[in-house]
Design a binder for this molecule. Structure first.
Ligand SMILES: Cc1cc2nc3c(=O)[nH]c(=O)nc-3n(C[C@H](O)[C@H](O)[C@H](O)COP(=O)(O)OP(=O)(O)OC[C@H]3O[C@@H](n4cnc5c(N)ncnc54)[C@H](O)[C@@H]3O)c2cc1C
Length: 426
């Protein structure tokens, strides 16, 4: 029984799905977002560290992130309609700690920031110590597992410089940000249905024609967008295209610790990347949030997105001890506080924003633990790809009005060669 017809169905109402419906609705499409969960942004978005930083090793990634930061700065204006509370972007600045001998790892990042026009300063160790009294700039890396000899002990070498990027920060409440997008999209005419699981993607004459829900409802649309976050591979299997994709996506489990921030950090609570220790930090009120920079020694935890352990484990303690190497005043609390969420990781940690060989079926997947920041751009990006029927042969470009440049969206192609990506840190 066909209950409803829409111009486009977006599977998922996370920050990405909500941004897509807003952009499509602004172009006059009648959209429907479907989500298994009870409200917008309740999936992996709600666990996000929500860090906004332009520090990427690819020029398109840097440009999109820098453009998105402008949109976070003007969030209310971007939303257009925002009757209730809105998320806030807090510009803390960002500091990348560089260990002696590893400067080459960051050459691409500095190069692309220069090309995109992102300002940065190089700091000397004494300037870092002045910024953060009590910080320990001894080297500890490469990071080890807790059961390995030398875990937590310093090694020869030191943090020899810092890359300070003022245009970095975080968004106060990622779930609220998704809800802000939903409310703005509804104002433009979008529809949202929650507590509904898509169980099948339907085809007619070789093109997508709708979705089936768990209660045997069928909803029709000629456009379907997979924005299902860590369930993206499940939806691709339903669509029958999973085996054809050159780049795959998998759900990775991640823990983030929240602890009372050490006094030296509170003087300048910025976003900090510390690949030598294997962690990143950002402030959260009086707390310090500690996430993993995914060092090579930590095996990826690939899980079933419907049945994963959402409690903290030894990994919480591992990340906290890694951070405590740098911050000796960090008090390690007895009760593990924080969050456990899933990344939807692509083979090269770059998302797939693209059409597919199945007419009408689009992908906004593989956000790889680093695309929350880009959500205000991704909606428009996907709408541009959807509008361009020839995106494969004549790739779309997206105009980034705030930073006054255009980017070629073939960067996010499903058919790209797997890219070499520097460490992903939120
Ligand atoms: C711990 C953690 C830290 C992070 N830190 C950062 C950071 O600092 N900076 C940054 O930029 N990014 C960060 N990220 C990544 C960022 O949060 C994600 O890229 C982003 O939130 C993904 O949004 P999404 O809408 O694609 O996915 P989700 O928010 O997961 O939304 C997908 C939705 O699809 C729904 N769905 C799935 N299957 C179905 C189905 N069959 N039927 C109906 N609905 C379905 C789900 O219920 C879910 O709500 C982090 C992520 C995590 C987990």
């Amino acid at each position: 029984m066909c209950l409803k017809k829409f111009d486009a169905i977006i599977i998922g109402a996370g920050v990405i799905g909500c941004s897509i419906s807003l952009a499509l609705a602004r172009r006059g499409l009648k959209t429907l977002n479907l989500d298994t969960l009870p409200s917008a942004g309740y999936g992996s978005t709600s666990h996000s560290s929500a860090i906004v930083r332009p520090f990427y090793s690819h020029e398109v990634s840097c440009a999109i992130a820098h453009e998105a930061r402008h949109r976070w700065l003007g969030w209310r204006e971007f939303l257009g309609y925002a009757p209730g509370p809105i998320a806030h972007y807090v510009e803390t600045g960002g500091l990348v700690l560089v260990r002696d001998g590893t400067e080459h790892q960051y050459e691409n990042n500095l190069d692309v920031m220069g090309k995109v026009g992102v300002e940065f300063q190089m700091l000397l160790p004494r300037e870092i110590e002045k910024m953060y009294p009590g910080i320990n700039l001894q080297a500890f890396g490469p990071p080890r597992r807790p059961n390995e000899a030398g875990f937590g002990e310093p090694v020869a070498g030191e943090i020899s410089s810092g890359i300070y990027i003022p245009a970095s920060g975080y968004v106060s409440d990622p779930q609220l940000a998704a809800n802000n997008l939903k409310v703005a999209a509804e104002y433009e005419g979008s529809t949202f249905r929650f507590n509904d699981r898509v169980t099948n993607i339907l085809r007619t004459d070789g093109s997508v024609s709708g979705v089936q829900l768990n209660e045997d409802d069928i909803i029709s649309a000629p456009i379907i967008v997979n924005a299902a976050g860590p369930h993206s591979y499940v939806i691709n299997e339903m669509a029958g295209i999973a085996s054809e994709l050159k780049i795959t996506t998998k759900p990775h489990r991640h823990e983030v610790a929240y602890l009372k921030a050490p006094p030296g950090y509170r003087q300048k609570p910025a976003f900090i990347v510390d690949l030598d220790a294997g962690v990143y930090q950002r402030p959260d009120s009086v707390d310090m949030l500690i996430g993993s920079a995914d060092p090579d020694c930590d095996p990826p935890e690939i899980v079933n997105p419907d049945e994963y352990n959402d409690q903290h484990t030894q990994q919480w303690t591992t990340q906290v001890i890694r951070a405590a190497q740098r911050w000796p005043e960090l008090g390690i609390e007895n009760n593990a506080r924080g969050t456990v969420g899933l990344y939807d990781v692509s083979d090269d940690w770059i998302p797939i924003y693209d059409r597919t060989d199945l007419p009408g079926y689009y992908l906004a997947i593989g956000t790889s633990g680093n695309q929350f920041k880009n959500a205000p751009v991704v909606g428009e990006l996907m709408a541009t790809i959807i509008e361009n029927k020839h995106h494969d042969s004549a790739p779309s470009s997206l105009n980034l009005e705030n930073i006054k440049r255009a980017v070629n969206l073939s960067f996010y192609s499903r058919n790209r060669d797997i890219q070499k990506t520097a460490s992903v840190m939120a």
